[in-house]
Design a protein around this ligand. Structure first.
Ligand SMILES: [Zn+2]
Length: 245
């Protein structure tokens, strides 16, 4: 069970502790109300974007949000997620939902606070995160919730739709890590293949040749900056709510 780390010194207001760059004494002396766990994937994002896209964006949203939160601690990013659907493309790594649930749950149970927000950058992780966070909360281990960055932003306002490695993700990458982006490309029109709402395809290489869904050529760094800021602001509000519980 994740136990709250009591400070041995008088209360110190800590804006953000990043576990990866802190010593154990830093963490001991910090006042941590909420831990933030970025989770992503290592999966194809078309010929123009890095395999680390989902982990990178989740980590960057967390990093900036934590700077604006009182008493939040940033946990190391989980880099491999539930992305077997991209197995047809080179370099894609994935674990089973049960492995992912167990890894996330055990990491959170050992974290230095009893409230957590899992910050997600990959759609395929969502079901497993919902199950893991509900279990932790129902079992009384801690309060845990999960949040996916693009669900918190207004895509209509920038005239974009989500897709995969399309204009939304590519815009945010052009803002955060332009050196990692090659010439964006157009991809399939829609995710998946269905008949009467039943899925006929389970892997993305069955419906997109280059790995992209949507048109990444519509991406701009300006739109990416706007989406990123919106996501950060949403996460800051959420952390405030969770800290008050
Ligand atoms: Zn992605």
């Amino acid at each position: 069970m994740g136990e709250y780390v009591q400070t041995t010194k008088p209360y110190t207001k800590v804006v953000a502790v990043n576990l990866g760059s802190s010593s154990w004494t830093d963490v001991r002396d910090a006042s941590v109300d909420v831990v933030l766990l970025p989770v992503g994937s290592t999966e194809q994002h078309g010929p123009h974007a890095p395999l680390s896209t989902d982990a990178l964006v989740a980590e960057e949203v967390v990093r900036e949000a934590a700077e604006r939160c009182d008493a939040a601690a940033v946990l190391p990013t989980v880099p491999v997620g539930v992305s077997e659907e991209h197995r047809g493309f080179d370099g894609t790594l994935y674990v089973s939902p049960s492995t992912f649930r167990a890894y996330v749950s055990e990491t959170l149970r050992s974290a230095p606070a009893n409230r957590a927000v899992v910050v997600n950058g990959h759609g395929g992780n969502t079901d497993a995160l919902g199950e893991a966070c509900a279990r932790l909360t129902r079992d009384g281990d801690m309060f845990a919730t999960y949040w996916t960055w693009w669900e918190a932003v207004d895509l209509d306002a920038v005239d974009l739709s989500m897709g995969h490695a399309g204009a939304v993700e590519t815009s945010v990458l052009l803002h955060l890590a332009p050196d990692l982006v090659d010439a964006p490309v157009d991809g399939a029109d829609a995710w998946g293949e269905y008949a009467e709402s039943a899925p006929l395809a389970y892997d993305s290489d069955e419906f997109t040749e280059n790995g992209v869904v949507g048109d990444a050529t519509e991406a701009t760094a300006e739109k990416g900056a706007r989406l990123y800021e919106e996501a950060v602001e949403s996460l800051v509000r959420l952390v405030g709510r969770v800290a008050d519980r």
